[in-house]
Write a protein that binds this ligand. Structure first.
Ligand code: PLP
Length: 389
């Protein structure tokens, strides 16, 4: 049987079987609506509140804070940006948002949409190391700044942004601070108190929970106009009947993610480093970003002379799933946007391959990947007209 090796965990992850098991009874046995007054509804309450407690604990949210269930991080990100627009910009109080050039499109495209409504947006450029500094944020703040929205870790490079420092700056300046923590949860510790965030987005399917469910953390006392009006679900903040099995799954996935952080550093990072070290021995192979500043599972690798898509195709033929960038951008053949932002030359920007591991990968899989990768480089460079060693 052909091997199937999944190294695209920043795109999505396998649902942990323990998560699936816990969700199972909530489809055909306990399927009531938790807002109903009868037993079918009320019998679900303990499981729901258990799931919320796991979500609170996972990000160190306090009891009075809110964690609002959404359909995905795309919704959470849209909600923050559009909500702040209605609360602070539409009213004429403020007119400015600060973000980075390398946010996921769920933030980037929403900011561009808000620009069409007259909002001024500063897109902070990343430096040669692939990150931004807190000082850049400080310098971009104006009296009209309504919101700073900066990701915790980048989906392509895995590079971690200085969220705690930025949080402190925003707090001092009295500016709302949102972070997209989609690629941080389950990989590095995420603590909303230490980071001083007002809003934080996450998505269950990036940490071995189900797809189609996410959340927005909202700090106690912070108002945000709802994106979805309707019934009084989630205390009127986000309407729509609760997706009970998925909430329970996301809670359990968060619990397992928090418990597994040590394993990410001790085992997953070691496997990633082994893979990286082996590939870096080959001429003209580069890894983007300093290891110490990356989440433990991610490597963005560049192989001069080989288009990322060609490499992806070779890996895929051998049963290995990787990516040339974020999943949503991988169907077009544009240069990797983060590579462009880092200042990589045009040719190199087309060679990026992202390998993202998870706790389900084994050393045997990594050894096999190294072998396949080396052979693919040799084969593709041999037929490449542009590559000369
Ligand atoms: N933010 C980041 C950093 C991501 O990597 C992704 C997905 O790749 C998202 C947001 C969007 O998540 P979802 O597709 O679950 O809405």
């Amino acid at each position: 049987m052909q091997k199937r090796i999944y190294l695209d965990n920043n795109a999505t992850t396998m649902v942990d079987p323990k998560v699936k098991e816990l969700m199972e009874p909530f489809f055909c046995e306990h399927y009531g609506n938790p807002n109903s007054l009868h037993k079918f509804g009320t019998e679900i309450h303990p499981a729901i509140s258990d799931a919320f407690n796991k979500l609170y604990e996972g990000i160190n949210a306090q009891n009075e804070d809110d964690v609002i269930i959404t359909s995905c991080a795309t919704e959470s990100n849209n909600w923050v940006l559009k909500g702040v627009y209605f609360d602070k910009i539409y009213t004429g109080e403020k007119n400015h948002i600060i973000t980075t050039e390398v946010e996921h499109p769920a933030v980037g495209a929403t900011c561009r949409f808000l620009e069409t409504l007259g909002v001024k947006v500063t897109y902070l450029p990343i430096n040669k190391e692939g990150t931004i500094s807190a000082q850049q944020v400080r310098e971009a703040i104006t009296p009209k700044t309504a919101l700073v929205s900066i990701m915790w870790a980048n989906n392509e490079t895995g590079l971690i942004f200085p969220i705690e420092e930025i949080g402190a700056i925003c707090k001092e300046a009295g500016i709302l601070f949102h972070t997209d923590a989609v690629q941080a949860i389950g990989k590095i510790p995420v603590d909303v108190v230490k980071a001083n965030v007002d809003f934080l987005s996450f998505s269950a399917h990036k940490f071995h929970g189900p797809k189609g469910i996410g959340a927005l953390y909202i700090r106690k006392g912070v108002e945000l106009t709802p994106l979805l009006h309707g019934g009084e679900h989630m205390r009127g903040r986000r309407s729509g009947t609760l997706n009970v099995p998925y909430i329970i799954g996301m809670g359990e996935a968060m619990k397992l993610a928090s418990q597994g952080l040590d394993y990410e550093y001790k085992v997953v990072a070691k496997l990633r480093d082994k893979l990286e070290d082996a590939l870096l021995k080959i001429d003209d192979v580069f890894v983007i970003g300093d290891r110490a500043h990356r989440v433990p599972n991610t490597t963005l690798i560049s192989v001069r002379g080989i288009e990322g898509e060609a490499m992806l195709w070779d890996l895929n033929k051998s049963g290995i799933a990787a990516s040339t960038g974020s999943a949503c951008a991988s169907e077009d053949l544009e240069a990797n946007p983060v590579m462009v932002a880092i200042g990589a030359d045009k040719e190199l920007a087309h060679t990026a391959i992202r390998l993202s591991l998870s706790r389900f990968n084994t050393e045997e899989e990594i050894d096999y990947t190294i072998d396949v990768f080396k052979k693919a480089i040799e084969r593709l460079r041999n037929i490449s007209s542009s590559y000369r060693a």
